[in-house]
Write a protein that binds this ligand. Structure first.
Ligand code: GLU
Length: 524
């Protein structure tokens, strides 16, 4: 510990006297009034301009833990990196949460929820550390730091600002004043008293207690260029005063875990519970090896991909949820729960490694999900997607919703045998495109039995019920000495261009007499 700075000097170092005392902050952000065992979680993205699938995974865990325990799920915007700011980035995050059905609850008492608007709070806590000699103003320039780093490397020391390399950690008041008089703006650094020879134990809810060497780096708490906090300091201050009970974050934060525990201890605050989640991986198409989803290589790393491509968001969430809570699939299959919101999330079951995202498995969830949709809901979803994201052809398909309903309604009335060929809204429209004359592609490869088609055309009556219609098919088969199925196949291909379609009779009913006759005539 060094000697603390006087209130006057602190005001000069921080550019202004702190707005609050710690006691005032404690009173301003009182403990939350929640039932026992309620989790307070937060999704704390940096606004980078895209929402990563791993971010959505974390947000889902946050949201579910809060929902399961009648707690609170917050959204906090970590916008302290002013160099990386992107227009609309916050909108992208909010829209994604909304599209994927994750509702946050930002109680104004604990706000503001943009870190850039919490400067007074950070400065007030920094003032406390400066007064207690647990932080200090540091005037190292970029060049100084580079020189230190080069020397450390040359001498084989770990790089960083620590111990003897932390030039300014013991500046006297006069020296500090001289810098300030010269117009230098300091960063505020932690005055670390950690010793890497000692171990510090940090407890992760799932991983258990992990031993790390103590942190001896005088890490930056407040940056000099904009007076905003680093992630480390903002995490300390915000998760304390927002009364977060559980910090769910990616395993990339494990190396800074000892520093964070050190900071909480210095403040005499209870640290929140931590859950460091596994990264979301995939199997690389080329190497066959498991690797992290890459923003650059994998379109599915950006959650917007699923929206644009028309994946049912419910299925994406179910699949992600099943990665975090692997009992969900069984509970759902058995009918014990209908949606992820009915299934309790247990923090201890969150996997700590190998969270794999596989598009094939997502397809399964999507098929199952769409199969449960009543036709009206299916039509609504398809129409909403097409109007926003599809090409002109698909927009045309959804223009006549009555026809679209009839098409998508085929084989949806028997709950025991619901078709499972729809995966995405886009692919649904593609699958049924042949129902529209402009999109129907006649099959010119198929070897038609033209007699069968001719016979059918002669007896076809759109008013026939299914039995009457089938009897006609059977009669034609007998007359021509071919199988019933051959007659049906000829009709199927003539009408759809394809050998694989939904129920033929329903298809003809939906298409209507004129279209059926026209297509058969065209083949003939
Ligand atoms: N802004 C940090 C990130 O995006 C948040 C980590 C955390 O949840 O504490 O990685």
């Amino acid at each position: 510990m060094r000697q603390g700075l006087s209130a006057d000097l602190i005001a000069r170092v921080l550019g202004a006297a702190p707005k609050y005392t710690l006691a005032e902050l404690e009173a301003k952000f009182p403990p939350r009034n929640l039932p026992d065992g309620a989790f307070v979680t937060r999704f704390a993205p940096s606004p980078t301009g895209m929402m990563h699938l791993g971010g959505l995974y974390g947000a889902l865990i946050d949201c579910k833990l809060a929902q399961t325990t009648n707690g609170v799920f917050m959204l906090r915007i970590e916008d302290t990196d002013t160099k990386r700011e992107v227009a609309d980035a916050v909108d992208i995050i909010k829209k994604s949460l909304d599209k994927f059905g994750l509702a946050y609850n930002n109680d104004p008492v604990y706000g503001p929820y943009y870190q850039s608007m919490r400067r007074d709070i950070y400065h007030s806590v920094a003032a406390d550390l400066l007064a207690r000699g647990l932080a200090y103003p540091c005037f190292l320039t970029g060049d100084d730091m580079e020189r230190i780093r080069d020397n450390q490397k040359a001498a084989g020391f770990p790089t960083g600002i620590y111990g003897e390399f932390a030039r300014d950690r013991d500046l006297t008041d006069d020296e500090i004043m001289a810098h300030l008089d010269a117009g230098d703006t300091p960063t505020i650094r932690l005055y670390s008293t950690g010793n890497p020879e000692n171990k510090i134990f940090c407890k992760d809810v799932v991983r258990g207690s992990i031993g790390f060497p103590e942190n001896n780096e005088d890490l930056v708490l407040i940056k000099s260029n904009d007076g905003l906090p680093t992630y480390h300091f903002a995490h300390l201050v915000d998760d304390h005063f927002m009364r977060t009970t559980h910090v769910v974050r990616g395993e990339e934060w494990l190396p800074s875990f000892p520093l964070h525990v050190q900071l909480f201890r210095m403040m005499g605050w209870n640290a929140p519970n931590y859950i460091h989640t596994s990264t979301i991986d995939k199997i690389d198409d080329e190497t066959g090896k498991q690797r992290k989803l890459s923003k650059r290589k994998d379109p599915e790393a950006n959650v917007d991909f699923f929206i644009r491509d028309g994946w049912p968001v419910d299925a994406v969430m179910e699949y992600l949820f099943n990665i975090a809570a692997s009992g969900y699939e069984e509970a759902k299959t058995k009918g014990a729960v209908k949606t992820i919101w009915e299934y309790d999330m247990r923090p201890k079951k969150i996997p700590m490694s190998g969270a794999l995202f596989d598009m094939k498995k997502l397809e399964w969830w999507a098929r199952e999900f769409i199969a449960t949709l009543p036709v009206d809901a299916l039509v609504d979803r398809v129409v909403a997607w097409a109007n926003e994201y599809s090409d002109e052809h698909q927009k045309m398909q959804v223009a006549d919703t009555a026809y679209l309903s009839a098409v998508l309604g085929i084989e949806r009335d028997n709950p025991k045998r619901i078709r499972k060929d729809f995966i995405t809204w886009r692919q649904t429209l593609e699958t049924v495109a042949f129902f529209w004359d402009d999109l129907y592609i006649p099959n010119t490869e198929f070897e038609y039995n033209r007699d069968a088609l001719r016979e059918f055309l002669a007896v076809y009556d759109a008013g026939d019920d299914k039995d009457a219609w089938w009897n006609k098919v059977v009669a034609i088969a007998e007359k021509l000495g071919i199988k019933n199925g051959d007659v049906a196949m000829n009709l199927r291909v003539a009408l759809s261009g394809r050998t694989n379609t939904p129920d033929l009779y329903s298809m003809m009913t939906v298409m209507g007499a004129a279209r059926v006759q026209q297509r058969i005539k065209n083949v003939l």
